[in-house]
Design a protein around this ligand. Structure first.
Ligand code: ZN
Length: 255
């Protein structure tokens, strides 16, 4: 497999990640929360930045772009629907478009809800997905610019990816997400196991991601809103899944 990744912390709880094509040397930063950690990651790996793939316009995903672009002359690709809100974009993309990073091919999936134009990048042959602030490990992004139905539909698109897909998200929120998830599904054994795993990882100063779609389907309540037991658990048995999702999201907002 020629796709390599390098994950590193940025800001308070953001993740930065580099995607590298070992065949051509091309390297993309997925979002740019800040400049220095991206440069440090490049130094550590010996990779040269050729591209930045942006998921959405929030400053904690984009503020590092101008300095990186100036230094490396890299191409900046981002969501067409947020073109006016992301600095120095060279190319805009929308649902179904493909983006090449060297010989690697990422497919664009529109996943609005957190922001109105949020996109995710899926590398099918490499079994990788970069989902920004749409899906988190055992959680999902706040619904800021869209509505609950829109966000649920976006999560369904990500849930439909192959189980073995490794997912990189924008923040280290796993432990708090698990605490909340256990209030919805206290008897979910896979979730209890993940809680122990996350505690162990964080105690060892390791990231809790990437995670797989298969594991998230079993453990993430936001991907389980169409399961009867989950609907029952939040008092909405028989209601449409997006309403169950909305209730879980609302409870998390107040948690
Ligand atoms: Zn965001």
């Amino acid at each position: 497999m020629s796709a390599e990744t390098f994950l590193f912390p940025c800001l308070k709880d953001n993740f930065g990640v580099l995607l590298h094509d070992s065949a051509t040397g091309a390297t993309a930063a997925i979002d740019a929360p800040e400049t220095q950690p991206v440069e440090d990651a490049l130094k550590q790996t010996g990779w040269r930045l050729t591209d930045i793939l942006v998921t959405h316009h929030h400053a904690d995903h984009t503020q590092g772009i101008p300095a990186l672009k100036q230094r490396y002359g890299c191409r900046v690709v981002g969501p067409r629907a947020e073109a006016g809100r992301i600095p120095t974009l060279d190319e805009t993309v929308a649902e179904g478009d493909t983006v090449k990073v060297g010989n690697l091919t990422a497919k664009v999936i529109e996943t609005p809800g957190h922001t109105a134009g949020h996109i995710s990048y899926w590398l099918e042959p490499d079994k990788l997905a970069f989902v920004g602030d749409t899906l988190f490990s055992i959680g999902c992004g706040r619904v800021i610019e869209g509505d609950a139905q829109m966000m649920w539909n976006s999560l369904l698109k990500l849930r439909a990816l192959p189980d073995e897909t490794r997912v990189f998200c924008g923040h280290e929120y796993t432990q708090a997400n698990i605490r909340f998830a256990l209030t919805v599904e206290p008897d979910n054994k896979a979730l209890a196991k993940r809680a122990a795993e996350a505690d162990r990882q964080l105690a060892a100063h390791q990231a809790t991601i990437p995670v797989t779609i298969g594991a998230e389907k079993a453990e993430n309540p936001f991907l389980r809103a169409d399961i009867v037991e989950v609907a029952k658990a939040v008092g909405l048995a028989g209601e449409p899944a997006w309403k169950v999702f909305a209730e879980i999201r609302e409870r998390k907002n107040k948690f």
